[in-house]
Ligand binder design. Structure first.
Ligand code: GDP
Length: 205
């Protein structure tokens, strides 16, 4: 079956809310600590090797990067500011910016949180979960680099993370390089894009 995410194409990168698309199309955000495997996951989901850069240049990571997926739907690559080379002041700035994005960005339909299966639910991840939950946004967690663990350890970590999330977010095993969990993750993302923006009224209604 054709993969609708394979249409993904770069649209713009932005470091201010005023620069974001204004067409109201639904968007799914991807977040993850630096090196979690977010670029690899995006590239694998969209079957496009060079789509999200795997480069670690700080300048590049300090932007929201928008990819259009046909008919004005977007995937948004959020900056993974949690790495050592970024000064604390810069990190704080980005944290505030991302919190604001989650508060006010109406077209948001869901958050995909990318975590290295060997280091799940770190401080950055908890912060992202907090801002998403505050707005009642659905969250799906990818435990990436699952190929680095044996089956037993994969299952144990999956269960542990599920337990800690206590039903507030869905979670799955994933590996972009070993092509594990691609269909499951695509189904979640496409479901959200089709359902459209998720607002407070939906959450309470
Ligand atoms: P990002 O900083 O979150 O965008 O992370 P990248 O996608 O650039 O990946 C960081 C490193 O982890 C790179 O060396 C990738 O090749 C590696 N990596 C990413 N995903 C996987 C995976 O599923 N399996 C394995 N074994 N390595 C991975």
């Amino acid at each position: 079956m054709a993969n609708p995410l394979a249409q993904a194409e770069f649209v713009l990168s932005a470091n201010a809310l005023a620069q974001l698309p204004k067409d109201g199309a639904a968007e799914v955000a991807f977040a993850g600590r630096s090196n979690a495997g977010k670029s690899t996951a995006l590239n694998a989901l969209c079957q496009h090797a060079g789509l999200a850069r795997t480069s670690k240049t700080p300048g590049r990571t300090q932007h929201l990067v928008y990819f259009r997926v046909g008919e004005g739907r977007y995937l948004v690559d959020l900056p993974g500011y949690g790495y050592a080379k970024v000064p604390i002041a810069v990190r704080d700035h980005w944290q505030a910016f991302i919190s604001r994005y989650f508060q006010v960005r109406e077209p948001l339909a869901g958050l995909v949180l990318v975590m290295d299966i060997r280091h799940p639910l770190r401080e950055y991840d908890q912060q992202m979960l907090d801002v998403a939950f505050k707005r009642h946004l659905p969250v799906h967690c990818l435990l990436t680099k699952a190929d680095k663990l044996g089956r037993g350890e994969q299952s144990r970590t999956l269960l542990q993370v599920k337990k800690e999330l206590a039903g507030r977010a869905s979670v799955q095993l994933f590996s972009g390089s070993a092509k594990l969990g691609l269909d499951e993750a695509r189904a979640v993302v496409l479901g959200w894009l089709q359902a459209g923006p998720h607002n407070e009224a939906d959450a309470h209604g």
